[in-house]
Design a protein. Structure first.
Length: 342
């Protein structure tokens, strides 16, 4: 059996869906004859990596409009593809349209993983939606991570009979603390201060992550606390300027896998203050839980509701609510017993 996985980007590009795709590839590669991954490159040039029966095709990006990359290379790649199953990770308008232009034979199976609706580009979505519905009609199966993905979706309820709920997961074994990880944890704690309490955010610095609300909330709390913001993106400079007067707020634009795990293990609280349904799940919450730290998340109308269980794995607060976010942070910073119970 030959399978083609179609995504937007692929590691080392950072992102929850990219990590999910990487994990999926590594867990099914031994079950198939050939596995091809079609994604976009973050540059004009295309590249191909082959390891055993897995081929990663990073198709050169001609340009990007509304956060959507376009590539002629991907179109020609689809023309020469003879896979038995095509698995596309949506939303991914350009890859979908390129696959449609290349033609998907009727005898080929199509699986869609619906990771989220298109939220930010609402005007463009109005015109794209009829085409999107056609590929969902063509699909043999649609995968969603939680029932909330269906409940709050603009498009999935129409195709509910095709939807299979398959939750996201992570490899817990990869969070085992070896010597290198323990050494990094020790150095980070020495840098931050052995007696300090640390909150951490990890993710792309984009509008829907709501990090500006987290910064405002943290700045209102006095004490030997640190806020570590791991990630980069279009809001990086704005958030740096917003945080400039508070030296306890630390920005780390890039972190490799070991460094990220060390930062999580050096922290006392993980915060995901997302404000829009663009945050459809937040896989990074699972990574924080794998490091045994409680999560503060927002009660966004998406799959986010499924992940963090209020008062069991952490605390949920309303989105865009600085006061509730401040109170949750203060509660977990000051109450060691309660924090350690979560």
């Amino acid at each position: 059996m030959k399978i083609t996985q179609i995504g937007k980007y692929y590691p080392p590009y950072k992102g929850g869906i990219e990590n999910h795709l990487f994990s999926l590839v590594n867990n099914i590669k031994n079950e198939v004859e050939e596995l091809t991954v079609e994604v976009f490159n973050d540059s004009f040039f295309s590249s191909k990596e082959v390891e055993g029966n897995v081929t990663i095709k990073r198709n050169g990006k001609l340009f990007e409009v509304f956060s959507t990359p376009f590539s002629l290379s991907m179109f020609f790649s689809f023309l020469g593809d003879d896979s038995d199953i095509y698995h596309i990770h949506m939303p991914n308008p350009s890859a979908h349209l390129l696959m449609k232009m290349a033609g998907l034979p009727k005898d080929k199976k199509l699986v869609i993983s619906h990771h989220s609706d298109i939220v930010a580009q609402k005007f463009v979505y109005k015109f794209y939606k009829p085409l999107m519905k056609k590929i969902y009609q063509r699909a043999d199966a649609i995968i969603a991570a939680t029932p909330y993905h269906v409940q709050y979706s603009d498009i999935l309820p129409e195709f509910e009979e095709k939807v299979k709920i398959i939750p996201y997961g992570i490899n817990i074994d990869s969070f085992e603390k070896d010597k290198e990880l323990l050494d990094r944890i020790k150095r980070i704690k020495e840098f931050l201060g052995e007696n300090s309490k640390n909150a951490v955010f990890v993710g792309r610095l984009v509008y829907y992550k709501g990090v500006s609300f987290l910064v405002d909330a943290f700045k209102q709390i006095d004490g030997d606390y640190n806020l570590i913001i791991v990630g980069n993106g279009p809001y990086y400079s704005t958030l740096k300027a917003q945080s400039m007067e508070d030296k306890r707020i630390i920005f780390i634009p890039e972190a490799d896998d070991v460094q990220l795990k060390a930062i999580l293990n050096s922290s006392d609280i993980f915060v995901l203050p997302s404000i829009e349904t663009s945050e459809a799940f937040g896989i990074v919450q699972l990574e924080a839980m794998a490091c045994s730290i409680p999560v503060i998340s927002t009660n966004v109308d998406s799959g986010m509701k499924e992940v963090n269980i209020d008062k069991k794995t952490g605390i949920k607060v309303p989105p865009k609510d600085v006061d509730h976010l401040k109170d949750a942070l203060k509660n977990l910073f000051e109450n060691d017993e309660y924090r350690n119970q979560l």
